[in-house]
Design a protein around this ligand. Structure first.
Ligand code: ZN
Length: 114
């Protein structure tokens, strides 16, 4: 997968290989952990757990809001933030798709050639 770069006020988030996320602080976390932290902040913004999740992400709550509202329009970002079982997969081979064109078409580049 091509790395996905997401701008935030604190710096860039880079998502590599569908699993590893580099945070603006330079720390890395798994995509699963990143997604659950983002979800926590969105779902329970005023809880102590949300503060902890924001500290872990190294982001402000405004950054997280911006990411999640962008996700509504950005098919790749939506795919990143979706739980694994809800991700769009290739209709032919079942692999998770990571680029906008493939997600829109519902099929990866290799399978489209067949
Ligand atoms: Zn495929």
């Amino acid at each position: 997968m091509t790395p996905i770069t997401l701008p935030t006020a604190q710096g860039h988030i880079t998502i590599r290989s569908g699993r590893k996320v580099e945070l603006p602080s330079g720390r890395t976390m798994t995509l699963k952990r990143f997604r659950s932290s983002v979800y926590f902040v969105v779902r329970w913004p005023d809880s102590p757990g949300a503060q902890q999740a924001l500290t872990e992400l190294g982001l402000s709550s405004a950054d997280v809001q911006a990411l999640t509202s962008a996700a509504d329009e950005d098919v790749v970002l939506r795919q990143v933030l979706a739980p694994a079982r809800e991700r769009v997969r290739c209709a032919r081979c079942g692999r998770v798709l990571w680029d906008a064109k493939s997600i829109r078409l519902g099929m990866g580049p290799e399978c489209r050639k067949k």
